[in-house]
Design a protein around this ligand. Structure first.
Ligand code: MIG
Length: 673
């Protein structure tokens, strides 16, 4: 059992809507281990304590040794030292004998110094504390996480197709480009459930418009793809182009639905479409109104979207660009600048994007109160998604596919997230592995990284190793940036090997989908750090590159180049399944302890826990064709193995989950339900 307490700060800016549960007790004081003094919150750490949390953030799974600022940011380069990424997930769990977790429910920026300045001290600061600090105590860290998840509410459930393999690239320009991708996947017998439309499908980057030259007959095109079980997923950006006659712009102006500047005029910034206004998503009428515009796209047969640039990302504001240009003019063509003046001149331009000063110039009007954007920044992307999602739920029976770039806790009830603009770097594959459990803790079960890496050029080896990990993540999307090497799988030599990998994902779908439903309904983790499952095993405390996935298996992905063997620690006896393909594998009983195991390219190692099993089905080229009731169990019998299989129709919002008890007495068992 874990118990949640809520301590409210004197100041409250806005209702954040991040929590839904009432499983907490209000208290007037913080417990003795949380010191709140001089505007700073401090907690002492013992050398062996492991600190999890902060959802989407850089560095390791254990956040110790880093300093992080939770302020949703458009980060073009994720570095070890990047203080913020796209999400603000103010949750920390101190895993130790008497574990404790903290959650800061606030719309404003919070900075977490987790043993960075002083290795045995957590220091949490905010410009001015507002909102509430929830703290959770219990005997067991997993109980604490569960109680927290009950507090923040059930996670988003995408349609089954969201678990299929998805191909994306910024740069697909027209119908032919998309058709080419689909054809190549088909020719190479690689399963595919979705192709993404990035900004180029729009007419001059205007939300809810279609470039009709590039997509002359989108409706039929969508219908044809759907017949093959392939969905198109278009992007929607936060900024609305300023253009008279454009309905979204006109309606927003007429109804005061846009964010304002200090004088009450619509706030102006520049993003992809050029000059834009930002919908005031914190105003529920504005957010509903924007949500209702998806209807235009839904009526074409589209049933999935990705909401981008919703931190909101700003390329520049005219106001700050003017300052920069003026400064250039004032140099009067002097080429012999004092070096400090030169840096200042350059700095004016370098600091145009996502400038804090611009966020401070932007305002929301919520229930007749004018709020400065900077103070409520972390709620922006969340409320864009909320409007989108609520519109779907009110108007359709089917589940919509939805992912967002920006997020905060609470948004996990409405959509999934992709982890943003990573690079084709091995270190970003490693980051992806280490981030998954922390994302799960804060409710983001439906997530995944741009597999293969978004920026920079990917090698065949990196894409292979990344797929070998991502085939366990719910969102399984290969996405890359314009200007980088093409990384659709058919572009690499011997696509047959990639086909085997993707088919393995489809074969594992009964297990992966069932475990997703379980994690969602039981408020458990899909990716569990070993240290949380094997709490009495000291060896597990520092392991960050092996994960328990669901209830039955452990994985140990390869995330280093030129590597065909890796060190694996087994906290108990397990059955190793070495997959080369879904029906090409061998098994080996392995004993608890330290192992050095061979893992060639295109081999996937799965370790089945004692008394547990994996469920597989015959893979098909789309999830819509999978038979989720004709199964094969691969079990680590001890002396039998049991499994509770969760399944729903994968389609409707209110679909009922059926539960099947499966028992296996042999390593391989055929199961017909
Ligand atoms: O300024 O739409 O994270 O996935 O491909 C870049 C183009 C805007 C950022 C997204 C990325 C997407 C890209 N977008």
């Amino acid at each position: 059992m874990a118990i949640i307490y809520k301590y409210s700060f004197a100041k409250k800016i806005i209702e954040t809507n991040t929590i839904v549960g009432n499983n907490y007790n209000d208290v007037k004081e913080l417990p003795q281990e949380i010191i709140y003094e001089n505007n700073e919150i401090r907690i002492n750490l013992n050398p062996k304590d492991v600190v999890y949390g902060l959802g989407q953030s850089t560095r390791g799974m254990n956040k110790r040794g880093g300093i992080y600022s939770n302020f949703c940011s458009d980060v073009v380069m994720h570095l070890e030292e990047s203080p913020s990424l796209y999400g603000a997930h103010n949750f920390l769990l101190i895993h130790r004998d008497n574990p404790i977790a903290l959650f800061f429910d606030t719309p404003s920026k919070v900075t977490f110094d987790v043993g960075f300045t002083d290795s045995n001290l957590i220091r949490i600061t905010m410009e001015e504390w507002n909102g509430a600090c929830f703290f959770i105590k219990g005997e067991n860290s997993l109980d604490i996480i569960k109680e927290f998840r009950i507090l923040i509410g059930e996670s988003y459930l995408p349609p089954l197709y969201g678990f299929g393999y998805q191909q994306s690239r910024w740069g697909y320009k027209n119908e032919e480009d998309i058709k080419n991708v689909v054809d190549k996947y088909e020719e190479n017998d690689i399963p595919l459930d979705a192709v993404y439309l990035d900004i180029d499908y729009m007419e001059r980057f205007k939300d809810f418009t279609i470039n009709s030259e590039a997509f002359p007959n989108l409706k039929d095109f969508i219908a044809n793809l759907k017949q093959k079980g392939i969905h198109l997923i278009p992007i929607i950006d936060a900024g609305v182009k300023i253009e008279s006659g454009y309905d979204v712009y006109e309606e927003g102006i007429k109804n005061n639905y846009f964010c304002q500047d200090e004088n009450g005029n619509p706030f102006i910034a520049s993003v992809w479409p050029g000059l834009v206004h930002f919908p005031d998503f914190l105003n529920s009428n504005a957010s509903k109104w924007f949500g209702s515009h998806y209807k235009k796209l839904i009526s074409l047969g589209l049933d999935g979207f990705w909401n981008d640039m919703n931190e909101p990302a700003i390329f520049y504001t005219p106001k700050r660009l003017e300052i920069a240009i003026k400064a250039v003019k004032e140099t009067k063509d002097t080429l012999d600048l004092n070096v400090y003046d030169y840096w200042a001149l350059l700095g004016n331009f370098e600091k145009l994007a996502n400038n804090i000063l611009d966020y401070k110039d932007m305002y929301h009007v919520v229930e007749n109160k004018k709020l400065n954007h900077y103070d409520v920044h972390n709620l922006y992307g969340y409320n864009m998604v909320k409007g989108t999602s609520e519109y779907f739920k009110e108007n359709y029976k089917e589940r919509m596919f939805l992912i967002s770039r920006s997020s905060c806790i609470g948004m996990h009830r409405y959509s999934g997230i992709w982890t943003g603009d990573n690079r084709s770097w091995w270190s970003h594959l490693e980051l992806n592995i280490k981030m998954m459990p922390n994302l799960n803790m804060v409710g983001f079960l439906y997530s995944g990284a741009d597999t293969g890496g978004f920026g920079s050029d990917a090698t065949r080896e990196l894409v292979c190793r990344w797929l070998e990990f991502s085939l366990f993540t719910p969102l399984f999307r290969n996405h890359s940036s314009i200007g980088t090497r093409n990384q659709e799988l058919y572009n690499f030599s011997n696509p047959k090997e990639f086909s085997n990998l993707i088919k393995l994902r489809y074969a594992l779908m009964p297990y992966l989908y069932s475990e997703y439903l379980k994690a969602l309904k039981n408020n458990t983790l899909l990716f569990t750090p070993l240290a949380l499952k094997y709490q009495n095993d000291e060896c597990c405390l520092e392991i960050e590159d092996e994960l328990i996935v669901g209830d039955s298996i452990m994985i140990a992905p390869v995330y280093k180049p030129n590597t065909t063997k890796r060190y694996v620690y087994l906290p108990e006896d397990m059955l190793l399944v070495r997959f080369r393909g879904y029906n090409d594998y061998d098994t080996k009983k392995m004993s608890k302890g330290h192992h050095f195991i061979s893992v060639k390219l295109f081999e996937v190692l799965v370790f089945i826990l004692p008394g547990k099993m994996l469920l597989l089905t015959e893979p098909k080229n789309s999830t819509s064709k999978l038979n989720m009731l004709d199964l094969i169990a691969i079990a680590n019998v001890n002396p039998t193995a049991k499994y509770e299989y969760f399944l729903d129709d994968g389609k409707y919002i209110n679909s009922e989950i059926k539960k099947y008890e499966i028992v296996a007495n042999e390593e391989k068992t055929i199961i017909k339900l």
